[in-house]
Write a protein that binds this ligand. Structure first.
Ligand SMILES: Cc1cc2nc3c(=O)[nH]c(=O)nc-3n(C[C@H](O)[C@H](O)[C@H](O)COP(=O)(O)O)c2cc1C
Length: 172
């Protein structure tokens, strides 16, 4: 079985998550390829697909959204998982869970309904202070917000292992 991990990344953190997932999956399946969505013309050579995108301005990056729409007929006939990378864990603690759930719902609603997903999760990525206008930074910090590499690799590993376990199940 060959699995594709495809990603769209603005500043690199989503690409690194995709590469990490692909390396981890390699121990569980015959072959894994990790590619930018823009490099993928067809998914016909893959038995399963994982697609991830950074969230910018409340939505997937346009190459990821285009990948999903363009390849919807092929994607609809194989298992597909999606992951989104946002900044919920940068927010003050009481808002993190709710913000992540809201963002996941919003992004999910923008994906083509004809591609059933086996799962869609949201991870936090990297959110640096220079991504926020300077006058807001101090207020953000005072309110409990934080900047930095907020990726939780244990969560990424757990989700990857969940997919590996699902792929290992005999097909009905
Ligand atoms: C221009 C811009 C807009 C962003 N908009 C959002 C957003 O609407 N929601 C969110 O959760 N995170 C948002 N983020 C945070 C990014 O999703 C986060 O930094 C992520 O790690 C970016 O992934 P990338 O490095 O692959 O581009 C934004 C970041 C940038 C730079």
């Amino acid at each position: 079985m060959t699995v594709l991990v495809a990603y769209a990344s603005g500043l690199g953190s989503t690409a690194e998550i995709a590469q990490h997932m692909a390396s981890r999956l390699a121990a569980a399946v015959d072959a894994v390829e990790c590619r930018s969505v823009e490099e993928v013309e067809s998914v016909s050579g893959y038995e399963a697909v994982i697609v991830g995108s950074a969230i910018h301005n409340q939505a997937w990056l346009s190459p990821a959204a285009a990948f999903f729409s363009r390849l919807a007929p092929e994607l609809a006939t194989r298992p597909v998982w999606a992951f989104s990378v946002g900044m919920a864990d940068a927010l003050p603690k009481p808002f993190r869970k709710h913000a992540a759930a809201l963002q996941l719902k919003r992004v999910g609603e923008l994906l083509p309904p004809e591609v059933p997903l086996r799962g869609h999760v949201i991870f936090s990525g990297v959110y640096q202070s220079d991504q926020m206008p300077a006058p807001l930074r101090i207020v953000f910090r005072l309110a409990g917000g934080r900047f930095g590499d907020l990726r939780n690799w244990a969560d990424v590993n757990a989700w990857t292992d969940h997919i590996a376990a699902d792929l290992a199940k005999p097909t009905a």
